[in-house]
Each structure stands twice: as C-alpha cells, then as structure tokens.
Design a protein around this ligand. Structure first.
Ligand code: SRM
Ligand code: SF4
Length: 574
C-alpha cells in the first residue's frame, strides 16, 4: 500500500455497509435449534439489539457453554412498578436469577441460553422496555441524575434526557421484526443494502457513543467521562427551571494495557446553549462524530481521540455549524460530590424515597440477604418507582409516609437493614462484572472486590480511619466499565490476581487518577496501600480526602522520583 492510500475501513464497517438494517441472519439462527450459537458476524449485529454472546468462563475446561447477556435501554434508570416485576420474573425464568444494575443506570440479564433468548426479549418488549441500541455503534443508555430529593429540576432534566434518548434511536425495523414479530426482515440482501438510517446513515457511528446529564454540585453520572455531557444550569430567578446547558464533549475511559495510543480522557467544556436547542445540539455532536471518527482502527475510534487530535476549538466550530448556532461562554459550574443517598429521605413533593446499597450492583438472594425477594415483595405491595443509580445502587421512589415502616420491616425480614446498610468505603465502591461472563476480563472484579474491601476496612480501622469515605472502583481489565480512572483508589485487572493500582481521583469525579503501581498481586494490595494511607492520616490538611492528598503529595513525589508505572499513566488534570 502506498503512503497516500487511505487505510482500509475495519471489518465492522464492512458488515454495517453490507447490512445497514442490522438484521444479519439473527432470525434464522434464532429459529434453528440445531445451532448452539450465533456466527461471529451476527455477534456484531446482536450488540445493536442490546445482546452480547458470551460463554461461561468458569466452565471453559469442560467446553464452551454459550450464554447471552441482554442489556436494557432505561434512560435515567427509571422503572415503573409493573416493569420492575416483569424484569424480576424474566430473570427468574430465562436468566441466572439475578438482575445486574449497570454503571449506566440500566439492567443486564446474564446467563440466558439461546433458546431462552426469544422469550426473554419478547417479555421485555411486552413490559414496554426496549433493548435496542443498548450496545453497538450508536448512542447508548442516556444517564441522568438519580436522586429525586433535590427538586422539580431533577425531573425536568430527566425529561430532557428522555427527549434526547428518543431522538437518537436508530430507525431500523429489524429489531421489531425479529424480537417482537418473531420473523426475519422481509428484504432481499440487495434491498437491505439500500436501507439508510435518517440520522446514522448506512454505517452508523465509528464506535459507541455515550451521553450523560448532570446537575451541579452532584456528579453522580461522572459527566466528564462521557462523549457528550449536558450540565444543567438552573435559572437564578426560578431555580426549578433549566436556564440552559453547558456542553461537554470528548470524555471516555477505555484503554488497552501496553498501548500508549489509548488513554482515558476527561471531556472539554465547549460552551453554553438554551434548552430549546438540546436535541439540535445532541444531533450536531453525534453527526460531527459520525463524520470525523476513525473507521479504520476501532481502538482509536472514539470521539475522545477526534477531539484530542483535532482540538476542542475545531470541534466546537463543527457543532456550531451543524446546529446553526453560536455557543455562549460556559456558565460557572462546580462539582463537589458524587454517589448516592442511602436510607429514607423526603422528596420535594413530600413523599419519601429509600436508597438501597446493592453490592456490585447485583440484585440476588443469598442465605444472609434476600434482596431480590424483598424488592419483588415491596414493589408488588407498595408499588414504588425504582430508580437505578450510576453507582449501581437502587432507589425506591414515591413512597407514602405511612408505608415507610412496613417497607423497613419487610426488608429487615430479609436481612437488609435500612440504617447503616454498609460501611463508608463500600457505599462508595463499584466493580464491573468481569468473570465469569465478560469475555474481556483479565482478573476478577465483582466477585473479588467485596473481600478486598473487607481487608481495606480492617486496615482503615487499624489506622483510625474507619469512618472515612474513599471512592474505590475495580475493573477486570483496562476498558474501564466501572469508571476506575475517576476513583480515589482504582484497581484495574492486568492478569489473574494482578491489578494496576491507581490513586488520586476526587470527590466530584472531575479529575483522572494516575497509575501508582503496576501488576500488584492480590496478596500485596494491602501492603501497597498501607504507606499512602498512613501518610494521609499523619500529613493531610484538615478535611483533606485521600484522593486529594495523593494528588497533592504522593503522586507528585512519585513522578519526581521517576518511579511512575510504565503503562500509559493518565494525565493529572483538575
Ligand atoms: Fe463496558 C465492553 C460491561 C459501562 C467501556 N462492557 C463491555 C462488555 C460488553 C464486554 C464485551 O465487549 O464483550 C462488558 C460486559 C460484561 C458483562 O458480562 O456484563 C461491559 N460496561 C459494562 C457494564 C455492565 C459494567 C458495569 O459494571 O455495570 C456497564 C454497562 C453500561 C450500560 O448500561 O450501558 C459498562 N463500559 C462502561 C463504561 C462506563 C460508562 O459508560 O459510564 C465504560 C468506560 C467509558 C467509555 O466508554 O469510555 C465502558 N466497555 C467499555 C469498553 C472500552 C471502550 C473503549 O473505548 O475502548 C469495552 C470494550 C469494547 O467496547 O470493545 C466495554
Ligand atoms: Fe469486562 Fe473489562 Fe468491562 Fe470489566 S472492565 S466488564 S472486565 S470489559
């Protein structure tokens, strides 16, 4: 190939080009009981329908056992009572009897074998829930603040999030045909090729695209990690009204070990615009990315690389031109906290909500705690709305004052306290699923973090720091699904029982942390943490958080000593 020949587009682009309806041979494979799994091409189409073909990694020694993961599209994580009950029932009948709250306020059903896939998808759609575009090269689940206590403003922002979500859905009829009508799309291959989505075109986006809404000072959605962030600025004259949005573009976290071309990045703040322009601006950002992202190399295809390389000013110009407006200077905003409220809290409308801690987002029954059964009973009897939070927890919303005691008692019956649900570091922790379902996991995450937290709790108690909150997040690989690069302590799987250790995030999750140690064995993690935690106890400024202390003292000292880890360290930004 000569120097001037453009690099060929990657395989996924060819697939999309050849079948923009995204139907592949999904319906045919689904209808054929002789086939145990979908083809590798169909695996790519499945993602656009919210489905991942996986295999149970615990069982690989006895041969590959295919299972599916299904992810819903639940903008803002809002679930009405009947829908929650249907989700629970479907997980019992067709999944692995758990519901997994994701880090983007959605649900996943794991362990669904192929012949249960059709009934599960039909059941979800009967419950008025779609999984379309929950994965794939499209806009994903839109996040919005979860906590209803603050005000009417939260509900208004949520409405805006839903509007954006609806406006960016792909138009292909394949989803309806396959999963609802239960038949293949009635088009010949040549006819399929002619299809063109009005927004996404024939080849959709170069890669996934993520949107979050935030209301300062709470950054529960980690807005800076999204491709597109909308920060609501309240009207000073009428604080329940959105005056406009600050526009953030170019955040993203995924990276690969040993590939310095890949890195986590926080979004740039591009300007401010009026709320009427919201959908217009969202489409402008999405199409600017659609037309400028790298379609040759999927590891370099996210919007963050476009903005890193071509600059925020260039991208702002693209957005302004496409939206037909000029962005005003961004309004002042300050994020000082993230995370969830636990226990009972009164809403602005006088009703109550209950924040419930869900370990690693997994709703299940264990001999000690029957969270799944308790939630089913509560939702069936008292019919609260359920809200999934970006930190993989859950809120029961719209509870009447006279129902509170009965709900508290019902939870207690199933081993779940309402007060002191979990210690300070557990409440602020997250872990991705990793083993045994995720095909990309290099180390344990969801199954390992709880026992590691126990050891960290013991260390903190020994140092007299037991009540301190530290945001701790773990992932089984560097893709960053539980957003570990924003944590005060981040663990990123490197190999079985080995993790890279990151330090230095802050309470408002506006700053990337930095690699502190590489390939730390599980058994050595406590030894590695003891030093920085002891120094924090002895040398911190009044009220200084662990992440801020590391960013001010531990990491600069490490950099000065030239001892920074060799895997692409994330930049220190504020
Ligand atoms: Fe993720 C791929 C789970 C949020 C970055 N992610 C995956 C897959 C589907 C593995 C795969 O491709 O085969 C994982 C399925 C595991 C399983 O068994 O369930 C997976 N990601 C998740 C969830 C369930 C983790 C969780 O702890 O809840 C989250 C689902 C969110 C949702 O409801 O849509 C999830 N993933 C994220 C986030 C966080 C976020 O979006 O706020 C990130 C980092 C932000 C970002 O996108 O940059 C993230 N996931 C990735 C990447 C790296 C993408 C990149 O740019 O390099 C991959 C790998 C890929 O896409 O090839 C990935
Ligand atoms: Fe899988 Fe890696 Fe995401 Fe964890 S971070 S779910 S191991 S892709």
């Amino acid at each position: 190939m000569s120097e001037n020949t453009p690099a060929p587009v990657n395989k996924n682009e060819v697939l999309k080009q050849n079948d923009p309806t995204l139907s592949g041979t999904l319906a045919e494979t689904l209808a054929n009981p002789a086939l145990a799994c979908f083809s590798s091409d169909d695996e790519q189409f499945l993602k656009f329908h919210g489905i991942y073909q996986q295999d149970d990694r615990d069982k690989r020694k006895t041969g590959k056992q295919y299972i599916m993961m299904i992810r819903a599209r639940i903008p803002g994580g809002i679930i009405p009572p009947d829908q929650y009950l249907a989700f629970d029932d479907l997980s019992e009948r067709y999944g692995n009897q758990t519901l997994r709250i994701t880090s983007r306020q959605s649900f996943q059903w794991h362990g669904v074998v192929k012949d249960k896939l059709g009934p599960l998808m039909k059941g979800l759609n009967d419950a008025l829930c779609t999984t379309v575009a929950a994965c794939g090269d499209v806009n994903r689940n839109v996040m919005a603040p979860a906590t209803p206590a603050t005000s009417v403003l939260v509900e208004r922002v949520l409405e805006d999030a839903r509007r954006v979500d609806a406006a960016l859905k792909p138009a292909t009829e394949a989803y309806h045909s396959i999963w609802i009508d239960g038949e293949p799309l009635k088009l010949q291959p040549e006819e399929k090729k002619q299809f063109e989505d009005p927004l996404y075109g024939k080849t959709y986006l170069p890669r996934k695209f993520k949107i979050a809404f935030a209301i300062p000072p709470l950054n529960d959605v980690d807005v800076f990690t999204n491709c597109l962030g909308f920060v609501a600025i309240p009207d000073p004259a009428e604080p329940t009204r959105v005056l406009g949005y600050n526009l953030l573009c170019g955040g993203g976290l995924g990276m690969s070990h040993g590939n310095k071309e890949t890195f986590p990045r926080t979004a740039d703040v591009l300007g401010f615009f009026a709320p009427e322009e919201l959908v217009n601006v969202a489409k402008a950002v999405l199409t600017a990315y659609r037309d400028s992202g790298d379609r040759t190399n999927r590891k370099h295809a996210r919007l963050k690389y476009v903005i890193e390389e071509r600059g925020a000013a260039w991208f702002r110009g693209e957005v302004e031109q496409r939206a037909g407006l000029t962005l005003a200077p961004a309004r002042p905003m300050s994020f000082t906290k993230q995370g969830d409220l636990f226990g009972w809290h009164q809403q602005s409308d006088g009703q109550w909500f209950l924040g419930l801690y869900v370990e690693a987002g997994r709703i299940k029954d264990t001999p000690q705690r029957q969270l799944k059964t308790a939630l089913r009973r509560i939702v069936a009897k008292f019919r609260p709305e359920t809200r999934l939070t970006p930190s993989q927890n859950l809120l029961l919303v719209g509870v009447h004052a006279d129902q509170k005691d009965s709900i508290t008692a019902l939870l207690a019956e199933h081993g779940i306290p309402v007060e002191n649900q979990a210690g300070a570091i557990r409440r602020a922790s997250m872990a991705c699923p990793s083993m045994p379902t995720c095909g990309l996991g290099l180390a344990e995450s969801e199954r390992y973090l709880p026992s590691l937290l126990e050891k960290i709790e013991t260390l903190l108690a020994e140092l007299g720091l037991a009540d301190e909150e530290i945001i701790i997040r773990m992932t089984g690989c560097p893709n960053g699904c539980a957003r570990p690069y924003m944590a005060e302590i981040g663990f990123v799987g490197k190999a079985p029982n080995k993790y890279n250790l990151y330090l230095g995030g802050n309470a408002g999750t506006t700053r990337l942390n930095r690699e502190y140690r590489t390939s730390v064995k599980s058994d050595d993690i406590i030894t590695e943490l003891r030093g920085p935690l002891t120094r924090w106890k002895n040398e911190r400024l009044p009220g200084e958080r662990f992440g801020d202390f590391c960013s001010r003292i531990v990491l600069p000292e490490q950099i000065k000593a030239g001892a920074a880890g060799d895997a692409a360290p994330a930049p220190l930004s504020t």
